[in-house]
Write a protein that binds this ligand. Structure first.
Ligand code: GLU
Length: 509
């Protein structure tokens, strides 16, 4: 079912590189917009200047580009609801904080950082470790609810630093219906008087977020579960400003592969998989690896992410971005955390490499192949190797024997499969190869089978040693395809020199 005037946003704070959980949130917003002929907006929430990390905004935009997720409105893109960076909208927010004060939904608080720390410490000593500025404690603090109006005016006139806090009502149930979780009910006694406007003249995330969502006509707020605790406050703010609430959808957390806890940025490289779309180097020179640089295709990465918390309700697992856009809906997003599985991610990548055209793969490997190889040879190598590859680099690395002689012989195969009579059989088989005129895969195969039949030999007795001599390893694409690709002369030369080499190894052992 498509919905009217869908406008959704992805609203990251540029406090570091975008984690794959963030990319998933962006993806679901994008897919939801596409599915409903809506608009997908990128908004940068940089009101917390102390946590600003240079390069983070560019990283987000680069990651989007790599993934193929393109916002319809945003910084550098334009749109009629800009600017899309909150620090550039600074002057907008004060007015709304003022409106809340006038409506007695918010108040000025003059408490200094020292006073607040003192209060917390004293509460701790009295056995209350989680002191909060709230409906009870606010009455013993220095704010416009406790000070005489003339003092308040004088403090403001003399430019005493203050914050503006939400005046959280006492004992009210806040209700809203989450598109994924159903009804959420929170009593205001469990909520504190959050700061809405800071002494540095900037709004906090909460105020800026709802003002912008309102002004940008956001219809659905789709974001991570970690924002669910903030939603009741947001709902109250919409109500306090007499604005229509958007719909909310809080996405399930991404969990570690072992299911224990939230996937964090430290988990990835520790457990051997990337957690970021692109490489990121911190100012201290620490590198976090990215899917792109590890060799994942963006389509595989996106397909994998789409399934972390959503399923189409069918058996189909491979979806292009377009198919996802046609299929996605919040009704099939799960409530429970989505366990990340690095093996499944590899599986997606394998499917995508297999379904890529060999010509495209050869182009991607343009610089990786030795210059001597012709385009046709490169394409055939890709065709032979892609079934067994995960990354394009595997094609060149695992398939090196397709363009150079083996550099050694797999010891395990050698000790297990190289028998007393192997050299004799190999020599017989080599004699047959020499007699094959039309050196095609099917010709080689039928001659091979005839030879086995004549000698009453099992398949493995000759095929494995043959593979070992020609490739140096015990497994790979069809051996007759390999032989046909290398050509008769090369195959015979590898068999002859390999035989000598292996005999030498055997004698030394
Ligand atoms: N700026 C918040 C973040 O960094 C946005 C949360 C929301 O979408 O409301 O994720």
């Amino acid at each position: 079912m498509s919905q009217d005037n869908v406008r959704v946003r992805f609203a990251p704070s540029p406090t570091g590189p975008l984690h794959m959980g963030g990319v998933r949130t962006a993806l679901y917003n994008y897919l939801f917009a596409k599915k409903n002929n809506g608009t997908f907006i990128l908004r940068i929430e940089d009101t917390d200047q102390t946590r600003f990390v240079p390069g983070a905004q560019d990283y987000i935009i680069d990651a989007f580009k790599w993934c193929g997720i393109s916002p319809d409105e945003g910084p550098g893109i334009g749109g009629s609801f800009g600017p899309y960076v909150q620090s550039e909208r600074k002057d907008i927010y004060k007015e709304y904080a003022q409106r809340l004060i006038n409506a007695e939904k918010a108040y000025y608080a003059f408490d200094t950082a020292e006073e607040l720390t003192k209060m917390r410490d004293e509460a701790k000593k009295m056995g209350m470790p989680n002191w909060q500025y709230n409906g009870v404690s606010r009455m013993s603090m220095r704010n416009s609810l406790t000070l005489p109006q003339s003092d308040v005016e004088q403090l403001i006139a003399s430019k005493t630093p203050y914050v503006i806090r939400m005046k959280m009502p006492r004992n009210e149930d806040i209700r809203f219906e989450d598109e994924i979780r159903g009804w959420v009910v929170v009593n205001t006694n469990n909520l504190d008087d959050k700061v809405l406007f800071k002494s540095d003249g900037m709004p906090t995330y909460h105020l800026a977020n709802i003002v912008d969502d309102h002004m940008m006509k956001i219809s659905h707020v789709i974001r991570g579960e970690e924002w669910l605790p903030s939603a009741p406050l947001h709902v109250l703010l919409y109500d306090a400003l007499n604005w229509e609430r958007p719909k909310f959808a809080h996405l399930p957390l991404l969990l570690r592969p072992d299911g224990n806890g939230k996937l964090s940025k430290r988990d990835g490289d520790r457990l051997g998989f990337p957690v970021f779309p692109l490489n990121w180097t911190t100012i201290d020179g620490e590198l976090y690896s990215g899917y792109k640089e590890k060799g994942y295709f963006p389509d595989a990465f996106i397909n994998m992410l789409a399934f972390l918390g959503w399923n189409p309700g069918t058996q189909q697992e491979l979806f292009s971005l377009q198919e996802l856009s046609d299929t996605f809906g919040l009704d099939r997003v799960s409530k429970g955390g989505a366990k990340f599985d690095p093996e499944k991610t590899k599986w997606f990548q394998q499917q995508y490499i297999r379904s890529s055209s060999s010509k495209d793969l050869a182009e991607m490997l343009n610089d990786a192949f030795p210059a001597k190889l012709s385009t046709a040879e490169r394409i055939t190598i890709c065709e032979l190797m892609k079934e067994r590859a995960t990354f394009v680099s595997d094609i060149v690395e695992d398939g090196a024997y397709l363009y150079q002689k083996p550099i050694g012989y797999d010891k395990k195969v050698l000790s297990k499969k190289w028998k007393e009579n192997t050299p004799k059989l190999i020599q017989e088989w080599q004699g047959i190869i020499e007699s094959i005129d039309d050196f095609t895969s099917s010709n080689i195969e039928s001659k091979f089978k005839a030879y086995l039949e004549e000698k009453s030999l099992g398949f493995g007795a000759v095929l494995l040693p043959f593979r070992l001599l020609v490739t140096g390893v015990g497994a790979g694409p069809g051996m007759f395809d390999i032989a046909a690709f290398l050509g008769k002369k090369e195959v015979i030369s590898r068999m002859t020199s390999g035989l000598l080499e292996i005999e030498k190894i055997k004698n030394e052992a």
